[in-house]
Design a protein around this ligand. Structure first.
Ligand SMILES: NC(=O)c1ccc[n+]([C@@H]2O[C@H](COP(=O)([O-])OP(=O)(O)OC[C@H]3O[C@@H](n4cnc5c(N)ncnc54)[C@H](OP(=O)(O)O)[C@@H]3O)[C@@H](O)[C@H]2O)c1
Length: 205
């Protein structure tokens, strides 16, 4: 699969590296290719990756990961709205700033409103990036909670998440994104008391 990473930082850098290692072709959109952070990620990947602009990453990819701080998200959405067409966009963001007055109720819903043809899937936002390279907690693997309206897109994202070790919990349609976004806020609060080596897992029987 061709994957575009918008924001090669803690989340995007690590997920991109993991997907490149599992054989996917990953295109990192980077605005400061020589920065220490970007170089550290790129130097740790041996194959299957490219770098370039936001537009080049979106044009290249079938699946796009949005892993940028919310302050920068509106400018990125404006940049990609005419080229994303009906591609899959995974929203891993957490909006830690107040929502606009006309919010749909979630960051993912607001993205979907701005990118009406794209298939938006919320995922990968409910645990600290430090856990991405080791999702195992004893006998259990951490869950990622996903939602979205397009069944095929959700199954592609499910497979991408399972390939790198996540237990995937499909929460439902995109209108359940507020629940997943709240869970991220709960993780932040919990991590202050219990540390960042923590993750949610859905127990089932
Ligand atoms: N960190 C976590 O544990 C965690 C967990 C769950 C969800 N999240 C969410 O994931 C998102 C990313 O968080 P993060 O911790 O990965 O942030 P980060 O390490 O700061 O990475 C963000 C990346 O976005 C890039 N960026 C910003 N504007 C850009 C632009 N116009 N063009 C290209 N690249 C651009 C930054 O590049 P520069 O270096 O050039 O600025 C940086 O590499 C946030 O919404 C956050 O809430 C984070």
């Amino acid at each position: 699969m061709k994957i575009g990473i918008l924001g090669a930082g803690n989340i995007g850098g690590n997920l991109g590296k993991l997907w490149a290692e599992t054989g996917h072709e990953v295109f990192f959109a980077v605005r400061s290719p020589q920065s220490d952070k970007v170089q550290a990620i790129l130097n740790s990947i041996t194959a299957n990756f490219h770098t370039g602009t936001i537009e080049e990453a979106v044009t290249f990819a079938d699946v796009i990961l949005l892993s940028i701080h919310w302050q920068n998200v509106p400018e990125i959405l404006t940049q990609i709205q005419d080229i994303i067409t009906d591609k899959i966009l995974i929203d891993s963001t957490n909006r830690m700033i107040p929502p606009p007055a006309d919010t749909t109720g979630s960051a993912a819903g607001d993205i979907a409103r701005l990118l009406p043809t794209a298939k938006i899937i919320k995922a990968f936002n409910t645990l600290g990036a430090n856990n991405l390279t080791n999702l195992q907690f004893g006998a259990e693997n951490a869950s990622t909670f996903i939602c979205g309206d397009d069944t095929e897109a959700k199954s592609i994202v499910t497979q991408l998440a399972q390939e790198i070790g996540f237990d995937v919990v499909d929460v439902g349609l995109l209108n359940t994104a507020p629940l997943i976004e709240s869970l991220a806020k709960l993780w932040v609060q919990i991590s202050r008391q219990y540390g960042r080596e923590t993750a949610f897992k859905l127990l089932k029987r």
